[in-house]
Design a protein around this ligand. Structure first.
Ligand code: ADP
Ligand code: ZN
Length: 201
């Protein structure tokens, strides 16, 4: 969305599985806002400590500075009144409050961009992303490449056995899979057999 009259806020959601380019797309949009000399604030959940605490880092190593927050209410409290564009990565980790927070910020006239996983390791909708899709003005779904067969991939395959919904990790622990190759039961297998099973086509 580029052409607007006056200050109108809106919500853009970028969702898809891991490795599908959500962070790259978020960073690309935020950089363009910075080039346009808009005031930009960028947030990510403190839970995501994989790389830097003060940066969003894509799997292709694009980086942009960010502030780590515990949840949506801390995010909202940190937003400067003058901020025009707000970027959020890993929205699925910021809690149900993110829906109201995003709506309030957009109603104040701010542009809110949120990237996050649309489904979890079992293929279930990952809250609050479904609710954010419902209140969004614009939605983009990104697909990865299936690591088994090369088809477009909409699933995040967990390769290690764990029933925890949140298990932060990347290469080695998760891979992108298409519908046909997705095996949610793998995550429930004991360690070892899960890794062995991950190799089959
Ligand atoms: P996301 O935020 O959705 O996890 P990123 O933006 O961090 O994705 O990373 C996307 C990049 O990951 C791609 O441009 C590519 O370089 C790399 N990549 C690694 N594995 C895959 C895969 N299976 N499919 C697509 N891209 C992949
Ligand atoms: Zn596949």
């Amino acid at each position: 969305m580029n052409v607007t009259k006056g200050t109108i806020g809106w919500i853009e959601v970028i969702c898809g599985p891991m490795f599908s380019g959500k962070s790259e797309e978020l960073i690309r949009r935020l950089r363009r806002a910075e080039i346009a000399r808009q005031r930009v604030q960028i947030f990510k959940p403190a839970i995501d400590r994989r790389y830097a605490q003060d940066q969003i880092v894509s799997h292709s190593d694009l980086r942009i500075r960010s502030e780590a927050v515990a949840d949506a209410s801390e995010l909202e409290a940190r937003v400067d009144r003058r901020t025009e564009v707000i970027g959020v990565d890993e929205g699925q980790f910021l809690g149900a409050g993110l829906v109201d927070t995003a709506t309030r910020l957009a109603d104040m006239g701010k542009r809110v961009l949120i990237a996050g996983l649309d489904t979890d390791y079992l293929g279930r909708p990952f809250h609050p992303m479904p609710e954010l899709l419902a209140v969004a003005d614009e939605i983009v779904k990104t697909l990865a490449i299936c690591m088994q067969c090369g088809n477009p991939a909409k699933h995040t395959q967990r390769l290690v056995a764990s029933n925890d919904l949140i298990m932060v990790g990347a290469e080695g622990m998760y891979e992108a899979r298409c519908r046909r190759c997705f095996e949610p039961d793998l995550a429930a297998m004991p360690t070892g057999s899960a890794a062995a099973g991950a190799g089959r086509a």
